[in-house]
Design a protein around this ligand. Sequence first.
Ligand code: TXE
Length: 479
Amino acid sequence: MNIQNYINGSFQNPKSKEWIDNYNPSNGEVYSQIPNSSKADVEDAYNAAASAFKTWSNTTLIDRSRILIKISELLETNLQRFAEAESKDNGKPVSLAKSVDIPRSASNFRFFGNAITQFASESHESVGLNAINYTLRQPIGVVGCISPWNLPLYLFTWKIAPALAAGNCVVAKPSEVTPMTAYLLGEICNEAGLPKGVLNIVHGLGTTAGQAIIEHPNIKAISFTGGTATGAHIAKVAAPMFKKLSLELGGKNPNIIFGDCDYEDMLNTTVRSSFANQGQICLCGSRIFVESSIYDKFKSDFVEKVKQLKVGHPSNSETNIGALVSKPHLEKVKGYINIAKEENGTILCGGNEVVVEGYENGYYLEPTVIEVPTDECRVNQEEIFGPVVTIMPFQTEKKVLQMANKVKYGLSATLWTNNLKRTMRMSNELQAGIVWVNTWMMRDLRTPFGGVKASGVGREGGFEALRFFTEPKNVCIKY
Ligand code: TXE
């Protein structure tokens, strides 16, 4: 089956007539092909978006909102189809795609469809000067949205929905590794009545199709989620053109556990925050620090629970851990397990590839827990982005805070404690864009989402996203 670009409301082959194989990670087989799009396809997408902009930016908020909510409803109607497609492309359990990825993609459209009707700008009366200032929030024009493979439709729509709600037209590129649900989204946009050219989806490699988007002189803003190295590259390309940038990059998030926490809740959530989506979520708590008073107990209880996780085919309803996204990614993650051994880490469980009967060429890996001798080792510092976590004990709040902050990333942090003063102190001090206390990945779409340090710049979510996708213009009227 061939995936096609979605440009000006219709499905098109790439101009180059070149195609890229798309693999199913659960069995290692090529099951579709995607366009190897070039600059020429991006130019077509840009032109379609630019001509749609005048009308879309003047479409009433109620009409924009209605269309976005219609897209949301159609995603819900097509839940099973989208969940299966997401799983086939990415390797994640169908159950996860069905309960998280696709419902959340639908929520993204519904949320921003509603949010835009509540988005207000400020006004300031210049008292004594007989003047009033107000702020217009105008759409930017044509914007670029580039997304990764780990939560394919979820992150793709997290960018597209606010961009469209704010009145922009979009040139978007999903990851070349997981293009399928973005392709299917085109059909749904047409069915929902999204006017032609408002959303354009170009498939292809980052270095060609992606590069053409970030280099385009008239694509004035880029919203990107992906690797830190790619984010740095995008910033360099965009800077001379003064593009607006939102970069959501990698993470190496601490999960800090104090002895006074609600133990069972912490234990169950920690299994989830370590291994959900095969550990391929930028928010996963990949560094677990445990207060020494409960370290031995935690270590044995945690390892026992992790050993019970079932690695298996994504469509099997009993599967907890599906396949990793690609062969190169599997090799990268395995490489880190070897590095851990060289650095005197102890593999407490996992560490090996898994052969799933009937799917022998799939990319399966056991959930792996590594006890590390020091927080400075590479597996504790570098983003692995797979089903691998490190654990180590700590003695004092001061020390764990130091270790938590001593990485280049700063996306999220999780804290388990019932001590209020400690919660307040640590939440203030943790270098992260998001701090969860006694929970993990509880997301309220109104809240700002993003990281500090090498985890990126800018915030998505709520009105932050609508601010990103609009230009404020101050109007001062003297009367
Ligand atoms: O990401 P890339 P990769 C981390 C994770 C992973 C590493 C690399 O550690 O191992 O990043 O993953 C597009 N111009 N995260 O290589 O390359 C690309 O086509 C424009 C964390 O898959 O950054 C894809 O659509 N676009 C992350 C998107 O960027 C370019 C999620 C992301 O791909 C481009 C994924 C270019 N020059 C990986 N080069 C998170 N924060 O959640 C690539 N792309």
